[in-house]
Design a binder for this molecule. Structure first.
Ligand code: NAD
Length: 459
């Protein structure tokens, strides 16, 4: 394939590690840096540490050949031409993005610059971060001609992260320098030229074969805003359909029919019109808050985003009310919970609405027996098992002797449970589905009381 570029990726989490293996898959040589020594050791030993399709096979293919792992950012900076910053940008107490990790990395890079470097913001950051990174590097005594800072936001989704990275809808490069833009174009050339997709063992896109993606060149500020605006818009779409689902419940309409009817309009599109228990994860909640905060600081009235957040909080409370409406009282009830991750196909529980609901149920005096195919370990680290909270190894064990079974995460395997078996082992045949995984009539035919989101109840 095209030119092999020496790339450093700083931060080996969901984004950094995926970017690193994908850059290797695209033919580049990568140093993956993390300041967590245990993580570095595990990755060196071939343990991906996160649940993500294709990640183990790519790590195995390139470990010790095209990818090295280390904690020494200085060495990585000296060896590489492009340095991608992919560290966390969590929400601070004020709602702003906490950029202290990005700042720490920028200062550390500055201390080791030994020639022209392009520093790339891969983390999701608010507008103007680019200028702060540049200033931080200059303040550490680096000549302005020795580096450029560009913004290259990441749009991958956990669960399909590798396929998304290699088959993006678009690649956004915000660069205020032609030289830096050219390097980023070279890095992504295997994708934009379509050459990667011709390889016999190329990883397929999440929806099968795709066209080469466009690379959109913008100013750095525009690129930073593109990422925040995109996530805020997706969160808005989710809150919108959740609000519509509440209206459907109040009027006995069916939100699935409504969403289908809306989504067939090509101006709206069918994606992100699935109602549920609210959005979560490490991105939408913090990015909506950060974008709202940026607007506030600029004196822009963007209260729409506060409404998006309000609907999202209410959606969890409405679901709890639904559980109560099915069980009358909650204290001492035994609840089976399917799903802890913030969505299916991932082990990520950050800001998971499922975890919030488990905590609410425990707070109401319920006993919870929970199962998730990948997120149990992470959940137990933050919510250890107690006499009221048990973790079990299958959906059926979670359902055993329960007063109701709740579906909180859209894992595909939860959509094909043996309903007759469930009915036999539960104390009461009640399913409350926060992800609309079943046809209400089918579940009712198996003798269940079935409540879902925005659809008429069946029993
Ligand atoms: P993560 O928490 O999984 O990974 C961050 C990593 O950075 C950790 O391994 C941490 O040890 C490391 N780190 C922190 N400080 C460091 C330092 N000084 N030097 C070296 N390593 C350091 O986070 P993530 O989910 O990969 O997200 C990273 C960024 O990408 C965030 O800004 C996020 O908003 C953005 N993003 C995330 C996703 C997603 O789906 N997770 C998608 C698009 C964008």
């Amino acid at each position: 394939m095209d030119k092999n570029i020496q790339i450093a990726v700083v931060g080996s989490g969901y984004v950094g590690l995926v970017a690193a293996v994908c850059f290797a898959e695209m033919g580049h040589t990568v140093i993956c840096v993390d300041n967590d020594d245990r993580k570095v050791a595990a990755l060196q030993g071939g343990d991906t540490l996160i649940h993500e399709n294709h990640l183990p096979e790519l790590l195995e293919r390139y470990r010790n050949t095209k990818i090295r792992f280390m904690s020494d950012l200085g060495e990585a900076t000296r060896e590489c031409e492009a340095i991608f910053i992919a560290v966390g940008t969590p929400q601070s107490e004020t709602g702003d993005a906490d950029l202290s990790y990005v700042e720490a990395v920028a200062c550390e890079i500055a201390r080791s610059i030994n020639g022209y470097k392009v520093i790339v913001e891969k983390s999701t950051v608010p507008v103007y971060t680019n200028e702060w990174v540049r200033r931080a590097i200059e303040r550490n005594g680096v000549d302005r001609n020795l580096f450029d800072v560009v913004s290259n936001p990441e749009f991958l989704r956990e669960g399909t992260a590798v396929a998304d990275f290699l088959h993006p809808d678009r690649i956004v490069v915000g660069a205020d320098s032609d030289k830096a833009a050219a390097l980023l174009q070279e890095i992504y050339a295997p994708l934009t030229s379509g050459e990667y997709y011709k390889l016999p063992n190329a990883i397929e896109g999440p929806c099968g074969p795709t066209e080469p993606p466009p690379l959109l060149l913008t100013s750095t500020k525009s690129a930073e805003i593109i990422k925040h605006a995109s996530n805020a818009f997706l969160a808005l779409k989710i809150s919108f359909i959740n609000a519509v689902s509440n209206l459907c419940e109040a009027t006995d309409a069916n939100v699935e029919q409504v969403a289908l009817g809306m989504g067939l309009d090509s101006r709206i599109g069918p994606k992100f019109l699935r109602p549920g228990i609210g959005y979560g994860g490490s991105c939408f909640p913090k990015d909506v808050a950060a974008f709202r905060s940026v607007a506030e600081q600029m004196g822009i009235d963007f209260n729409l985003l506060s409404e998006v957040e309000k609907i999202n909080v209410q959606q969890k409370k409405r679901f709890l009310a639904k559980v109560r409406s099915a069980l009358w009282t909650l204290r001492t009830k035994r609840i089976g919970v399917l799903g802890l991750a913030f969505k299916g196909e991932t082990d990520d529980i950050r800001e998971s609405p499922a975890i919030d609901l488990v905590e609410m149920l425990l707070g109401e005096g319920c006993s919870v027996t929970a199962f998730d195919p990948a997120a149990m370990k992470r959940t137990q680290d933050v919510l250890p098992a107690t006499s009221h909270l048990k973790y079990v190894n299958s959906a059926y064990e979670a359902a055993q002797d329960s007063d109701a079974l709740l579906i909180l995460t859209d894992w595909p395997e939860f959509a094909s449970l043996d309903l007759d078996r469930l009915n036999k082992i539960m104390r009461y045949p009640i399913i409350i589905d926060g992800r609309n995984l079943y046809d209400p009539h089918v579940v009712a035919q198996h003798g269940f009381t079935y409540l879902s989101i925005g659809r008429p109840a069946s029993n």
